[in-house]
Design a protein around this ligand. Structure first.
Ligand code: PHE
Length: 335
């Protein structure tokens, strides 16, 4: 069933690149979600991604305690396309502006803070421009801080745990550094072989993504693209919990049940990854001081504990428990 409020797909006037903009919900306020710039075999796959990612943003913002709904932009690059970046970003800016403030954008996979400045030439509804340009800067450190809070809610003493971080982009690399600093035992992995330099720097074990996904340890930390947790993968997992920032980790919803049956605790990704958007909104909209923002991000640990407790008490998967909390927040209105 189609339950989104809006879906817009336009070919950018300058770049020709299809831009999909989905608003899932504005029940709690302006819809927010980042702008993904990524390659897809078929433009329809990008549209589907925008639909899925925008509904995850509704859940993310609701459990983050923000007065915001969920939306997402996907700039759908054909397989080998290399469009003029500035033209593409201006097209994204126009697409966001056309929604008249019902949706605000920010960085996501494939887009940066600097990109937000260019989008900002066409719309004021943009978050995470560099601090020098009047924004709150990269969302990655906030996201990483939130992942650490979520990991502490799962393994209170990080130094006693063994973690496998899969994906060393800006968030994954930051999480790996914070874990290493906390004295955790670490395996790291990325599809780019040059990311091994970080493993050497941190004294972490290096593995291929496939090896790291099935490594023996306490917690698997998916920090790359979505869809990694497939039904086929579940039997070979050798971790006790999965807690990571990648959006839309479950290849299909039934994987939550398969993980539960194997006794593997899956922390809903939209709870774990909320630190970036919390940082952006609390800094730019609420104008909170850095230590207040930090405390808000720390709250992700308490939210995840509530999810785990509800799941345990009612014999639900954490996914189902989190959905229940989202539904309560959406029907209860702004806290
Ligand atoms: N793209 C990030 C997310 O998925 C963060 C973000 C989005 C930050 C929108 C600010 C605005 O949550």
């Amino acid at each position: 069933m189609f339950t989104h409020e809006e879906l817009h797909v336009t070919a950018g006037r300058r770049s020709g690149v299809p831009i999909a903009l989905a608003i899932h919900s504005t029940a709690l306020g302006q819809a927010l979600g980042g702008c993904r710039i990524w390659h897809y075999a078929d433009w329809r796959d990008g549209v589907e991604d925008a639909l899925r990612l925008s509904s995850a943003m509704t859940a993310k913002n609701a459990l983050a305690g923000l007065a915001n709904g969920g939306g997402k932009t996907v700039a759908v690059l054909p397989p080998a396309a290399r469009p003029d970046r500035r033209e593409l970003l201006l097209d994204v800016g126009d697409a966001v502006a056309a929604l008249g403030g019902r949706y605000g954008t920010g960085p996501d996979v494939g887009s940066s803070s600097d990109d937000m400045t260019v989008i900002g030439e066409r719309t004021s509804h943009v978050f995470c421009r560099p601090v020098a340009d009047g924004g709150s800067g990269s969302s990655s450190p906030g996201t990483a801080a939130g992942v650490i809070a979520a990991l502490r809610a799962t393994v209170p003493d990080l130094a006693s745990g063994r973690f496998a971080v899969v994906g060393l982009g800006s968030v994954g690399a930051d999480v790996a550094r914070r874990l290493a600093a906390a004295g955790a035992r670490l395996t790291v992995s990325d599809v780019r072989p040059d990311a091994k330099a970080l493993a050497d720097e941190l004294g972490a074990d290096w593995a291929s993504p496939d090896e790291a996904l099935t490594a023996e340890g306490d917690v698997l930390v998916p920090a790359a693209l979505g869809g990694v947790l497939t039904a086929d993968l579940v039997p070979s997992l050798r971790c006790r919990a999965i807690v990571g920032p990648a959006n839309n980790q479950l290849a299909s919803p039934d994987v939550a049940g398969l993980l539960h049956e194997r006794g593997i605790r899956w922390a809903p990704d939209y709870v774990v990854s909320a630190g970036g958007i919390i940082h952006a909104v609390a800094t730019e909209l609420y104008r909170e001081a850095p230590e207040v923002v930090e405390a808000r991000i720390e709250g992700i640990g308490d939210t995840l504990t509530r999810v785990y407790d509800l799941a345990d008490a009612q014999h639900l998967t954490p996914a189902a428990a989190a959905e229940q909390l989202v539904a309560e927040r959406l029907t209860g209105g702004t806290r």
